[in-house]
Design a protein around this ligand. Structure first.
Ligand SMILES: [Zn+2]
Length: 406
């Protein structure tokens, strides 16, 4: 029933059809949409209220991390994200997820309990994205296919079409054009608009750098997709054992998934600060994606704070139902420009620093001033040749006895 109603709203078959004034017509469509949300969605899905409440609980808390050994400022090399080494050490501090999205929860609470619509245009657009997504069961159903995706690119395309571009107020995205598999259509076979492939490189060859799997362009969110090497994507009907398909929350080794998410978040935060020095909020997010769910990392390059979430499964129950908690978290992060209040509620003097500014102090000016996006290239750590023939400006020693002999 809900998809049909949404279709009616979209095609103006309801009462708004008779309205000629375009502004009034738009308002009528909006109000029909909000009515549908309260009358149909909320009544049928009371667990949505619980999902909202969860963001003040420890179960969704963001952990603060301190960085130990790290190759972010190696004097001899700049490392690609896939070779990034960064020991993440848990601190004794956790933040409620809602701490950094207070205004968003004020808005959401007023909307679901009192049907209040925000007056601010930006926030209203963002709220409308969430409402439309939640009413659109058709777009959600394809997400039951995440474990059937052939590889990480298919998974990225599926989530870009069915989650990220649906929830973000700015739906445009660029996929990494170095992928060998570059599907033209979504794995669900439906057309959600053109999939744009392009150069997603970021950073500087002297420090951490590399290509991002996906960038949500207007939303300014980086997406990292867990690669297929350590994962097995297979048919759910298969009798073979399933390997875990989520982030290994204990792996701190170079190039591991969470280390890459952290490195990309840190670089993206510095890059964003470089091009938007005037922005009040300097806490920038990255979404890590696996076939089973999402993780969220945030880095604030001004206050040097690194936060990371637990794993948010996409599925709430079998048969397939999308987890409202994961949807709300993704919606908050994808619209952080409108919804995130940064660390403004936190007593930063009493909060642990990531210590990135000190571990990378030798090259911190590169992070602050010389990051680029596009055409960054890739430097491999072994690019410095160990072949003596290639030594530059080297001192060649031949003892006089050898000279005499030969
Ligand atoms: Zn699709």
């Amino acid at each position: 029933m809900i998809p049909e109603l949404l279709e009616e709203i979209r095609t103006c078959k309801m009462s708004s059809f008779t309205e000629n004034d375009p502004v009034k017509k738009k308002l009528k469509i909006e109000s029909d949409l909000y009515d549908a949300f309260h009358e149909l969605f909320l009544k049928n899905n009371p667990s949505f209220f619980d999902a909202v409440e969860k963001f003040k609980d420890e179960i969704t808390a963001l952990g603060a991390y301190e960085i130990g050994s790290c190759n972010a400022a190696d004097p001899d090399n700049g490392y690609c994200f896939t070779e990034a080494l960064c020991t993440l050490k848990p601190t004794r501090h956790k933040l409620a997820f809602a701490n950094i999205f207070l205004d968003a929860f004020v808005m959401l609470k007023k909307f679901i309990t009192k049907k209040e619509i925000p007056t601010d245009d930006g926030k209203r657009v963002v709220l409308e994205r969430l409402v439309k997504f939640l009413l659109n069961t058709e777009i959600q159903e394809a997400l039951s296919q995440t474990r059937r995706c052939r590889d990480e690119t298919d998974l990225t395309v599926l989530l870009a079409g069915h989650v990220f571009s649906q929830l973000a107020a700015s739906p445009h995205f660029t996929m990494d054009d170095r992928k060998t598999n570059q599907p033209k259509v979504c794995p669900c076979r439906k057309d959600h608009g053109k999939i744009i492939y392009g150069n997603t490189s970021i950073g500087n060859l002297d420090v951490w750098h590399g290509c991002l799997d996906l960038i949500m362009e207007g939303a300014d969110v980086v997406i990292y997709t867990l690669d297929g090497e350590s994962e097995t994507y297979r048919d759910l009907d298969s009798t073979e054992d399933m390997k875990p398909t989520h982030f290994d929350m204990t792996d701190n080794s170079a190039g591991s998934s969470l280390v890459q998410v952290a490195a990309e978040t840190i670089v993206f935060s510095f890059y964003h600060r470089q091009i938007h020095p005037d922005h009040k909020n300097s806490l920038m997010p990255c979404i890590g994606v696996s076939p089973g769910g999402l993780v969220f990392y945030f880095y604030d390059c001004v206050h040097d704070v690194l936060l990371g979430s637990t794993h948010f499964p996409l599925t709430a129950s079998a048969p397939f139902q999308l987890s409202f908690t994961a949807v709300i978290a993704a919606w908050l992060v994808l619209n952080h420009k409108h919804l995130c209040n940064g660390l403004s509620l936190i007593d930063l003097d009493a909060f642990p620093k990531a210590k990135f500014l000190s571990v990378a102090k030798n090259k911190i000016d590169v992070y602050r001033n010389e990051l680029r996006r596009g055409q960054v290239g890739i430097r491999h750590a072994n690019q410095v040749s160990l072949d003596p023939v290639s030594f530059v400006n080297s001192k060649f020693i031949v003892s006089s006895r050898v000279e005499e002999l030969l």
